[in-house]
Ligand binder design. Structure first.
Ligand SMILES: [Zn+2]
Length: 617
């Protein structure tokens, strides 16, 4: 798959600055330091430390005219590529998840070009021992830089590799008594027979043979522009747990890495649609990565990057008070509307541990008539019986709920995911369509070029030989629900589910991390009192209602209601953080220092009856 490779000096020169004390310095600060020479083979750590690399790239003459040049960078951890003048371009995740960055055409001039790579000493799942385990993280992990190469990619060979991946899946997964399975086997064998090692013509011939099974259009988004009717609608997603096996500080970087990747992917795959929830993550991006936020804003305008969810974070729904649930929507929708001109229409909560019966009512009041999840597919006792249905609150309010039949929000966009979107669909008596939510997730990442290429082939196969459900890319989550709502308006009757959507797994979430839960409840009560008193004071005295400060405190409380934080499923360092940002002590200090309410209350001239004094003694 490689037509050439350049490693080491003079083509790839590396130097590094190690940030002290597990700090996460800015580009400006990092690049103001002196860098020391380093090379592939050196290890970097410990866990959670940050290392900034200056990468001096000179493309060798013999690679300058190749079709596609990539930098392959793998240290088995996460990284961000920055331009020489400080713009964050794209995230990297080692261990084969996403290790390539495409070199700009301007780098082919034979001269030296500089980029920086910010290395975070954690993997996609933090520093969990054994990969993604929920045991306490290993504090002393080191990461070896194993690859830093300029690679000329054999684009045709890469395309044939994906062709064979999907045809191979058809040969393995279609029923053995179907002609489609036999044909997949025959075509795959013909490609293998035609292949000669080192012979480019044989690769081109292989692709020609594969067309017989996949059709002629799988190398572009043209494959989706046919008159046929799809059943499965692909939506890119990168679930980023706002904290879980890593702290909030790392999430801020994960957001920038993951979302910049998606902006890049949209430039290369026009059919790409990417749905993103959690207002808090947008706020962080705007504050810390304005360059990426502007890219996101531009894609939102185009309709390819789609804000969904309407809430501040993807929160727990069982423990927060009713007022908190309302505030999740109020603060979330306010951010979406003020930044993107529109409120979300679909509540998006794929990974939360159960769903309170009040949600349809609150969704409706927040302007959302649709709800997406899939978590109940993880139930360990009862199979939830529906895929698309009306979910009804105690007061009779209802929303259309869809639970992706592929039973994941992190699908790898495989043949099997598309197939399961029909074989596991439980509401086909009413409507046979479904969402396929794909992309690397939990620790961020999102769709990769491989996901996009696989789905193109799945669609090509459906239109050429059939049998596989027809997948479509290019429609939004709202398009999907609009179609369902239209069918309902035309008389379709979905099955109705009344009350709570109880989740039969992840037990113990009411009794884990008691201090965190105590802080949440106390903060909710305190904020109610603060708002009441501040309102009274502003009416009865000259006190100015401290909206900005109260918003700030609410946002901290809402943040800590995240679905791995409040239920207690995060690592210890997340609770050290939540103790700081949403504890009673913290909020009281802010209350005293920043709201300055006491002074207003004590001003007897403005509050002659002392009507507020009783609250403060
Ligand atoms: Zn999650």
């Amino acid at each position: 798959m490689k037509e050439g490779i350049a490693s080491g000096s003079p083509h790839v020169k590396l130097s590094v600055w190690d940030a002290p004390d597990l700090s996460r310095p800015t580009f400006k600060e990092a690049t103001s330091h002196k860098f020391r020479e380093t090379s592939v083979g050196e290890s970097f750590g410990p866990s959670w430390s940050t290392h900034w690399f200056k990468v001096q790239l000179t493309v060798p003459k013999e690679l300058a005219k190749k079709d596609l040049l990539e930098l392959h960078w793998d240290a088995n951890n996460e990284g961000m590529v920055w331009t020489e003048d400080g713009n964050p371009l794209q995230g990297l995740t080692g261990g084969g998840e996403r290790i390539e960055w495409i070199l700009p055409k301007t780098f082919r001039d034979g001269k030296e070009h500089i980029i920086y790579i910010e290395m975070a000493c954690n993997g996609m799942f933090g520093n969990a021992p054994g990969g993604d385990s929920i045991q306490p993280p290993d504090p002393n992990k080191y990461f070896q830089l194993v690859k830093a190469d300029i690679v000329a990619v054999n684009v045709v060979a890469r395309q044939l590799y994906i062709d064979m991946w999907i045809i191979g899946d058809a040969a393995r997964e279609f029923p053995t008594d179907s002609w489609e399975q036999h044909k997949a086997l025959k075509v795959a064998n013909q490609v293998i027979d035609a292949f000669e090692l080192g012979n480019q013509d044989s690769i081109i011939k292989g692709r020609k043979i594969a067309e017989e099974y996949l059709g002629k259009n799988v190398s572009s988004d043209k494959v989706y522009k046919t008159e046929t009717t799809p059943l499965v609608y692909g939506i890119g997603q990168c679930h980023i747990d706002t904290c879980w096996l890593w702290p909030f500080a790392e999430t801020k970087r994960k957001v920038a890495r993951s979302w910049s990747n998606q902006c890049d992917l949209m430039d290369r795959y026009p059919e790409h649609r990417f749905a993103v929830s959690q207002a808090q993550q947008y706020k962080w991006l705007k504050e810390y990565y304005p360059y990426v936020f502007d890219r996101v804003k531009e894609k939102v305008k185009k309709g390819t990057f789609q804000p969904v969810g309407g809430s501040w974070v993807e929160h727990d729904t069982n423990l927060p008070s009713g007022e908190s649930l309302v505030r999740q929507f109020l603060y979330g929708q306010r951010l979406f509307e003020s930044n993107f001109g529109e409120r979300c229409r679909t509540f998006w909560l794929p990974d939360t541990f159960g769903y309170s019966s009040q949600l349809p009512q609150l969704c409706r009041l927040a302007g959302m008539t649709r709800f997406f999840t899939q978590k109940l597919s993880w139930n360990n006792i009862n199979k939830f019986p529906h895929t698309t249905f009306n979910w009804v609150s105690l007061d009779g309010s209802q929303v259309i709920c869809h639970m992706a039949p592929a039973e994941t929000y992190t699908a790898e966009a495989n043949f099997g995911d598309v197939k399961r979107s029909v074989t596991q669909h439980k509401s086909m008596d009413q409507d046979e369509t479904s969402l396929l939510v794909f992309g690397k997730g939990d620790g961020g990442g999102g769709p990769t070029w491989e996901h996009m290429e696989k789905l193109r082939r799945c669609r090509g196969m459906s239109d050429t030989v059939g049998l596989l459900p027809r997948v479509h890319m290019g429609d939004s989550v709202e398009d999907f629900f609009d179609r369902l709502e239209k069918r309902v308006a035309d008389g379709l009757d979905f099955v109705t589910w009344y009350g709570e959507l109880y989740f039969e797994l992840h037990r113990g979430t009411y009794t884990t991390q008691a201090n965190n839960k105590y802080n949440n409840r106390k903060s909710e009560i305190l904020l109610r009192d603060v708002e009441l008193l501040a309102t009274l004071a502003s009416i009865k005295t000259g006190y100015k209602y401290p909206k900005r400060e109260i918003d700030d405190m609410w946002e901290n409380v809402l943040l800590c209601q995240f679905h791995d934080c409040l239920p207690g499923s995060s690592i210890e360092m997340c609770y050290d953080d939540s103790d700081k940002v949403a504890s009673l002590e913290f909020l009281c200090n802010r209350f005293a220092n920043r709201l300055d309410l006491r002074r207003g209350v004590r001003n007897r001239r403005k509050d002659p009856e002392g009507s507020l004094q009783k609250y403060w003694g």
